[in-house]
Design a protein around this ligand. Structure first.
Ligand code: ITT
Length: 204
């Protein structure tokens, strides 16, 4: 049987890698915007993860008629910072900021708040996935994973804020935990499980 081919409208190769790892055992092939260099990333000017996921999925699917497109908009919410960085997670330290810049910025914000605390308190990753075709969003799914924020980086695995986030029920950060552990319980895994079930029913 030919595997289903899913286009993920992302320029973030780490997201693609995680989605690919989660979908390969189910017989799906994944490609991202690197396979379509003619497509430019749209401006993500929505106020919510859902709005930005829709923007990305609709833009890519309008440019590629006939293709099912999945987009992921995600980020970290730290309760002690009123939910920041939230939808601006990718540019918390400014437009064009690297993952390392964003983590440093987060640590500075936490240092300004909570003197002497061992960790930065409760936090969660959220992910919203939109599925679109012909420029129209057909379905939206979301997932989250609760945990706590560290006051210093732990490990070098994963991407983004992973070295600063310890999921509930674990002692180590996503920067240390194996990818299989993250991919079994992450915000992205939870949204993707629903999205792929929805898609599979339509492609059967
Ligand atoms: P695309 O828009 O091209 O998909 P992006 O990285 O800009 O790529 P977002 O706008 O959704 O994606 O921003 C997500 C940011 O949130 C990401 O850059 C990380 O900083 C953070 N983030 C999301 N999921 C994460 C995860 O699983 N682990 C660590 N950080 C994550």
């Amino acid at each position: 049987m030919t595997p289903h081919l899913l286009l993920v409208a992302t320029a973030n190769a780490h997201k693609t890698e995680e989605i690919q790892a989660m979908l390969a055992p189910l017989g799906w092939q994944v490609e991202d915007l690197r396979a379509h260099p003619q497509l430019t990333s749209p401006e993500e000017d929505g106020d919510t993860f859902e709005a930005n996921a829709r923007i990305k999925a609709e833009a890519a699917s309008a440019a590629l008629p006939g293709r099912w497109v999945l987009a992921d908009d995600s980020g970290l919410e730290v309760d002690a910072l009123g939910g920041a960085p939230g939808v601006i997670s990718a540019r918390y330290a400014g437009v064009g900021a690297s993952n390392a810049d964003n983590r440093q910025h987060l640590l500075r914000e936490l240092a300004a708040l909570a003197q002497g605390k061992r960790d930065g308190g409760s936090a969660r990753f959220r992910c919203c996935m939109a599925i679109a075709r012909e420029g129209r969003t057909e379905a939206v799914f979301s997932g989250s994973v609760e945990g706590r924020i560290l006051r210093e980086e732990q490990g070098g695995g994963g991407f983004g804020y992973d070295p600063l986030f310890v999921p509930e029920g674990y002692e180590d950060s996503f920067g240390i935990l194996p990818a299989e552990v993250k991919n079994a319980l992450s915000h992205r895994a939870k949204a993707l499980a629903q999205a792929v079930e929805w898609l599979a029913a339509r492609l059967a």
